[in-house]
Ligand binder design. Sequence first.
Ligand SMILES: Nc1ncnc2c1ncn2[C@@H]1O[C@H](COP(=O)(O)OP(=O)(O)OP(=O)(O)O)[C@@H](O)[C@H]1O
Ligand SMILES: [Mg+2]
Length: 267
Amino acid sequence: DRVDLEFDQLGLELASTGCCGGRRRVLHGVTGSLRAGRVAAVMGPSGAGKTTLLNVLSGRWDRRARLSGRVRVNGDSALSLKSLSPLVAFVPQEDIMCRELTVRELLEFSAAARLPAACTQARRRAVVNDVLRVLKLVGIRHAVVGDELRRGISGGQRKRVNVGMELVADPSLLFADEPTSGLDSATSLDVMHAFHDVARRGATVAVVLHQPSMQIYAAFDDVLLLAAAGRTAYLGAPSGAKKWFTSLGIRFPSDWAPPDYFMQILA
Ligand SMILES: Nc1ncnc2c1ncn2[C@@H]1O[C@H](COP(=O)(O)OP(=O)(O)OP(=O)(O)O)[C@@H](O)[C@H]1O
Ligand SMILES: [Mg+2]
């Protein structure tokens, strides 16, 4: 199923937190769209609401929180975000995998749990092999993940396994929260290729990231820049963001990579 999402002035007010009571607004008006077959970057300073936005778009928010704004799923405003949750795969910011299993076992378990029951074992195996290949995990497929005491695979490899566990679900919507943080630029590119593969099969992909290299930044189809306090600052092609800020009178120092400087402006 192809899913196009449009959201207009999305706001989220949390139920009272802490001593002072009162509601806390974490999204103030996020407007944008995510399209099937495309990979969008969601960028913004820490605390801007990137994780919150992905959570909301995947139908997960606290029952006591108040959501405002308009959402259209495939052009239909009657469909709710909650109804999308079975179609969503979410790569969390922190990994939560079982460290005693091997890389291959983790992907197989995830595929068995997430792919429809009608999916044959052969098909499932093919999906897992495909993900091992695109994420360059074939060489370590039999390695136990391990932890700090019983070392298994490296932190960056674990990061990729984390992505792989969601890719094997063959999702219609794929959201990934900083899947490339801590990876070198070549490995980050491998992960990005995996996302583009998923999008080519018709999925809608949104990726939160910090400090992408110019090459990775330019490889996105769309960019959604969030300013502090959860507002859309820019939505459009990667190449248009610098022009947009320049048109507002902002000058870019020559020794800053534009994506890094966007964060400086938005913070
Ligand atoms: N359930 C919650 N309870 C209290 N505060 C929350 C909750 N969820 C989000 N927030 C607040 O909302 C704001 C945005 O948080 P969010 O995790 O979405 O930021 P982020 O852009 O993902 O940041 P980072 O880049 O550091 O991961 C923060 O100020 C955070 O403290
Ligand atoms: Mg976050």
